[in-house]
Ligand binder design. Structure first.
Ligand SMILES: [Mn+2]
Length: 307
């Protein structure tokens, strides 16, 4: 077994309850079919598949008071938080197989609570085309997958912001967002107001991915729990078409590999979300296969001859 990594638990969360397109509910199975478990085992990682979390079905209703499916979103996120908390207590590294990105409210709540309980420093890397910092006042759609970062920072409905028992679950300065290229104008104002650290595509174009990641990982040390929330729409749609909210101009294959390799080099990743994979919009499961390829890099598989 590869002693560099703690034992890993795969947790499926098959729902699209917070999304604007149906289909992310099939993400966990697509990742399994693309071989995520075997890929980790072949890296020498001890991996268990815990199967799927069970939650309410998607009623596909319009928003109420700016939120779509709030009760169902809450039920799913409670279940996600509990599942991840169990893994942290067991000393394992949970990989959440989404599912849409609203489920990060549950994973961020669990991670933040784990860090409070163990005295670890928290750093969240949010790999995404979007900032996901909407609120019910400014959201154009009411889809809660556009709100998880705001909720983690205490901005949102009490039931979601208070999920982990501490409001806010985390401070904006514990979060680094990478790959951002689509932000609604009122969301932009909130991001400025809260001082969120955003490395958008303009920044990456100007300074390069290596320096971007050095900045995003700056200060991560042996006491840091690094949580990686990987929205598959982070990637350029030309290589990753299987998502509901594609935005052109994202990181290419080599840039994405570099992101994952530099996270692996830090040696501090303690939890991972793989979110928004939508097999209904994919082509021959290639986006799932790419995601698995990138996960291998997160666990130390270098494309270069460095071992
Ligand atoms: Mn997202």
């Amino acid at each position: 077994m590869n002693s560099r990594y703690p034992p890993v638990s795969l947790i499926g969360a098959p729902t699209d309850i917070g999304a604007g397109h149906r289909g992310a509910s099939m993400g966990p199975e697509a990742l399994r079919i693309a071989g995520i478990g075997a890929a980790l085992s072949s890296r020498g990682v001890d991996v268990i598949d815990r199967g799927d979390i069970v939650g309410p079905r998607n009623p596909w209703l319009p928003p109420v008071d700016g939120y779509r499916h709030l009760n169902e979103v809450l039920a799913w996120n409670r279940a996600v938080m509990d599942a991840l908390s169990d893994e942290f207590r067991a000393g394992r590294l949970p990989i959440l197989l989404g599912g849409d990105h609203c489920l990060a409210i549950g994973s961020l709540s669990a991670v933040a609570r784990h860090c409070r309980e163990t005295g670890k420093k928290l750093r969240v890397l949010w790999l995404d085309a979007h900032s996901d910092f909407n609120t019910h006042e400014v959201t154009p759609s009411g889809n809660i997958h556009g709100m998880p970062v705001a909720c983690a920072c205490g901005l949102g409905p009490d039931v979601l912001t208070g999920l982990g028992g501490h409001v806010p679950a985390m401070r904006p300065d514990q979060i680094r967002q990478i790959g951002i290229r689509s932000v609604d104008p009122p969301e932009k104002r909130l991001i400025k107001q809260y001082g969120l650290d955003v490395y958008d595509m303009r920044y990456i174009d100007e300074v390069g991915m290596k320096r971007t990641m050095e900045a995003a990982l700056d200060g991560v040390d042996a006491d840091t729990h690094l949580h990686v929330s990987f929205d598959v729409d982070f990637l350029d749609p030309s290589i990753a078409p299987g998502v509901g909210t594609t935005v052109p101009g994202g990181p290419n294959y080599r840039e994405a590999q570099l992101v994952m390799e530099m996270i692996a080099d830090s040696g501090r990743m303690g939890s991972l979300d793989i979110m928004e994979l939508n097999p209904a919009l994919d082509s021959h499961n290639r986006t799932a296969e790419l995601a698995v390829d990138l996960v291998e890099s997160l666990f130390g598989k270098s494309t270069l001859m460095r071992d």
